[in-house]
Design a protein around this ligand. Structure first.
Ligand code: AMP
Ligand code: MG
Length: 401
């Protein structure tokens, strides 16, 4: 490990190192969850015509006389071109939701406030209640033509798809997906298909990271496992670096005699951006880069891996994919006082209670994988000269993904 840097500095270095991925045209039906890389402007006004908001009758309000009756002279269904009522007074058109309001009508009276007199006549109830503009979604009243509706850098959800579809976008320019390898290390770890011997454990970090990637619709292109042997580590890393944009590796990066990863990355000519962060858990976190590939080295203890994933890899992925900013974390306030340190940031697992209260759920140690199940996420406790933080103090909360 090198000189410890602060979590803030580590994040800044990662974001400054990772350049935005190129963009690619994608059919709109496959754009959900992708990051938009172009502007989408209104190709027509919203709405593009005076749209009826109700099923009923289109009338001229000035013609509501004492009898309130109107002669029905036309039908205006949705999908039919605009019609006119013409010069005869006291006439109306039966109209449907989504239809174009006749150019010389000024109000839609819903069926609910009319009475059908016979086949060709209706009567308006509560004559004084109807005003020009009622139930007409007016031309261009939402947005004028040419206005930018979607800006680059947003994550495309169902609302954005609807707006883009309304503008006739058959494809959208989105960020390419990176090719990601998830790599675990360690001779004590066996695949879940194997029965572990007494001195072995099943590996889980790789599947945990892949699961988190899948929730971002970015499944790992490759899962690999490296032995605690320097030559094999270096050879396998070389092949992985040549094939992928990003490598998310766990384990083998601390001070142990068999932690060969840092030396292997250095030997392969990658630049160590940092190795060691003033934080708990996850102090041995590192980040190496190369023009074509970046490598996150996460400490192997499951809670360290998980915390570093959320704190660093997730925002890095957002940035890499061209997303403008990560969501602002909600604030939770402490249910009871917590201890803190004067030299390192503590990421404390908590459960989120009603009224945004954080209840501490500390793990026994960073290898305590099962205790994580009792927490909903973690809060970020910066270093303080005080012994700790008091009840009620608020901190950024990061939910487990
Ligand atoms: P290391 O960072 O390699 O020193 O590993 C620290 C601890 O995390 C050790 O107890 C490892 O067995 C454990 N560990 C490392 N990688 C994994 C993994 N992929 N799945 C589960 N535990 C792991
Ligand atoms: Mg190890």
């Amino acid at each position: 490990m090198r000189e410890l840097i602060t979590p803030r500095r580590a994040k800044d270095i990662i974001l400054a190192t990772l350049k935005k991925l190129p963009s690619v045209a994608c059919p709109i039906s496959q754009c959900a969850g992708r990051i938009l890389r172009e502007r989408v402007s209104a190709d027509r006004p919203f709405p593009p015509f005076n749209r009826s908001m109700m099923d009923g009758y289109a009338i001229r309000t000035a013609e509501i006389d004492a009898s309130g009756t109107f002669k029905i002279i036309a039908q205006a269904p949705a999908g039919a071109p605009e019609l006119t009522l013409g010069n005869e007074p006291g006439v109306c058109a039966e109209i449907m939701t989504g239809a174009v309001v006749p150019s010389d009508a000024d109000c839609v009276v819903p069926y609910e406030v009319t009475r059908q007199i016979d086949e060709t006549h209706m009567q308006v109830i509560n004559r004084k209640d109807h005003a020009a503009g009622d139930f007409i979604h007016a031309y261009a009243s939402d947005r004028p033509i040419g206005e930018v509706l979607l800006a680059p850098g947003i994550c495309i959800g169902s609302r954005e798809i609807a707006v883009a579809a309304s503008c006739g976008c058959k494809t959208l320019l989105v960020s390419e997906k990176p090719s990601i390898a998830v790599v675990s290390t360690g001779d004590e770890l066996v695949d879940i298909t194997a029965t572990p011997a007494a001195h072995q454990i099943r590996r889980s970090n790789d599947l945990m990271i892949d699961a988190a990637l899948k929730r971002r619709d970015l499944p790992a292109a490759q899962l690999a496992h490296l032995p605690d042997e320097p030559n094999a580590c270096q050879a396998q890393l070389q092949a992985l670096i040549a094939q992928h944009d990003l490598i998310i590796l766990s384990g083998g990066i601390s001070m142990g005699k068999k932690d060969y990863i840092p030396a292997a990355l250095d030997a392969l000519g990658l630049h160590c951006q940092f190795h060691g962060v003033a934080q708990k858990p996850g102090k041995p976190l590192g980040f190496w880069s190369h023009p074509e590939c970046a490598v996150f080295t996460l400490p192997g203890n499951p809670l360290s891996t998980l915390t570093c994933w959320h704190q660093y890899v997730l925002p890095a992925l957002d940035h890499f994919m061209g997303q403008d900013s990560s969501p602002i974390p909600p604030q939770l306030s402490l249910e009871a006082p917590v201890k803190a340190r004067d030299d390192i940031t503590i990421f404390l697992p908590v459960s989120r209670k009603a009224n945004n209260i954080a209840s501490a759920q500390p793990a026994n140690n960073s290898g305590d994988l099962v205790r994580i199940l009792q927490s909903d996420g973690y809060i970020e406790l910066p270093p303080t000269q005080e012994k700790g933080y008091p009840t009620g103090k608020s901190f950024d909360f990061h939910p487990w993904y």
